[in-house]
Write a protein that binds this ligand. Structure first.
Ligand SMILES: C[S@@+](CC[C@H](N)C(=O)[O-])C[C@H]1O[C@@H](n2cnc3c(N)ncnc32)[C@H](O)[C@@H]1O
Length: 228
């Protein structure tokens, strides 16, 4: 059960030149532009292979990007070399950020909630608020997996090559194991199940919400500012 396999298979997260990745950027770019004024220093938290870091750098932001996965960072650094990017990619844990208090105007946290259990996300939000400057913005995008679960359970094809063959939530639906199947391969991943209400309740401990909108049926774009 490794996320590494999942990210290798799904180009939407591992190949910034793929149509799937470009589609995510195209959806979010206008929203980032609208809510990230003026330009400033950004932390791309759980940056993956860095597509959003490169986008923001191209738009004139000063970007530091952090991820805990060496293989994702390796890909990000390769893309950075191709693009002659100056983004600084840092290996680290979102629960223990290696940055001073009040370091950033913005923290973006895109599509990464499934990795974190409630106690962990609590610490991530606390750390995020700590490293943001007063008046800074926390930009959060996530899929409401609680809403999506029934859709997944009704059996939906997720890609050209792989489809979902089993959806196994735990009895309390706090996590779900999803089995992906192709013609000659299969693998399982355990995701943490986050719904909008739970995310907002947790965020409320450290932030004031400035904006929330539904991006598509099950995905949200939200902007917060730290309570300090
Ligand atoms: C779905 S990817 C999203 C990456 C990127 N934000 C994007 O939208 O392309 C989630 C990322 O979270 C990272 N991650 C998981 N747990 C983490 C942690 N504790 N600290 C930092 N990064 C973490 C994973 O390595 C992975 O690259």
């Amino acid at each position: 059960m490794s996320f590494e396999k999942y990210y290798t298979v799904f180009k939407a997260y591992s190949d910034i030149y793929s149509n799937e990745y470009k589609k995510r950027i195209k959806t979010l770019e206008p929203l980032l532009l609208k809510h990230m004024t003026p330009r400033g220093k950004v932390l791309d938290l759980a940056c993956g292979v860095g597509g959003f870091s490169f986008l923001l750098e191209d738009l004139g932001f000063d970007v530091v990007a952090l991820d805990s996965s060496e293989s994702m960072l390796e890909k990000a650094r390769k893309f950075a070399k191709d693009k002659m990017s100056r983004v600084e990619f840092v290996k680290g844990n979102a629960e223990n950020l290696p940055f001073e208090d009040n370091s950033f105007e913005y923290v973006i946290f895109i599509d990464s909630l499934v990795h974190f259990e409630p106690a962990e996300l609590n610490v991530v939000f606390k750390e995020t608020a700590r490293v943001l400057k007063p008046g800074g913005k926390f930009i959060l995008q996530f899929t409401d997996l609680r809403e999506l679960l029934p859709v997944l359970m009704s059996g939906q094809v997720v890609g050209t090559e792989y489809w979902i063959s089993r959806v196994l939530p735990d009895p309390e639906e706090k996590t779900v194991v999803i089995e992906f199947q192709s013609e000659n391969d299969h693998f399982r991943i355990r995701f943490n199940v986050w719904g909008r209400t739970a995310v907002e309740l947790l965020a409320k401990l450290y932030f004031r919400q400035l904006h929330s909108e539904k991006l598509n049926e099950h995905s949200y774009f939200q902007v917060y500012t730290p309570k300090k």
